[in-house]
Design a protein around this ligand. Sequence first.
Ligand code: NI
Length: 172
Amino acid sequence: MVERGERDLRSTVRQIESQLEFFDSFVSKIVLVKAYLSRRYRFSASHRLHGEQLSDAENRAIYGKCNNPHGHGHNYTLEVTVSGSVEELTGMVCNLVDLDDCVQREVLSRFDIENLNMRPEFADVVPTTENLCTVIFDHLNQDILKRKFTQAHLERVRLEETMMNSFEYSGD
Ligand code: NI
């Protein structure tokens, strides 16, 4: 009985030791230094600012030239900011190739050279650049969470509509 007890105890100790080794190796790969990474992308799209729940006169009064029935285009600059721990092994917060893939799949393939008013995201929402920011943030965030391609966390999306206007959304 004693021998058996000793064997069990040794086996338990071995299991704990191997679990500790695994935990140590996992922790040593992560350096708890938080860094931010921002990357810029460009795309072009057209839109018309028009709220279905408003009268034509109200739409003209609120949106002015942007309510023109033929719409107008913008060359948008999108800045995506992610943050996270710098991984010791790679020295990176997130691999730019992964981030580029994500933005290509979730943003550029949807909105580049498109009429935003025709997109399902804007079926019931006016495609202002504020709303475009939130739509882009949600698409990117869902993809990042779903794929877990990185330790990185989506901090912010910033959209420059013109040289004079920019909009930001952080998911709040
Ligand atoms: Ni516009």
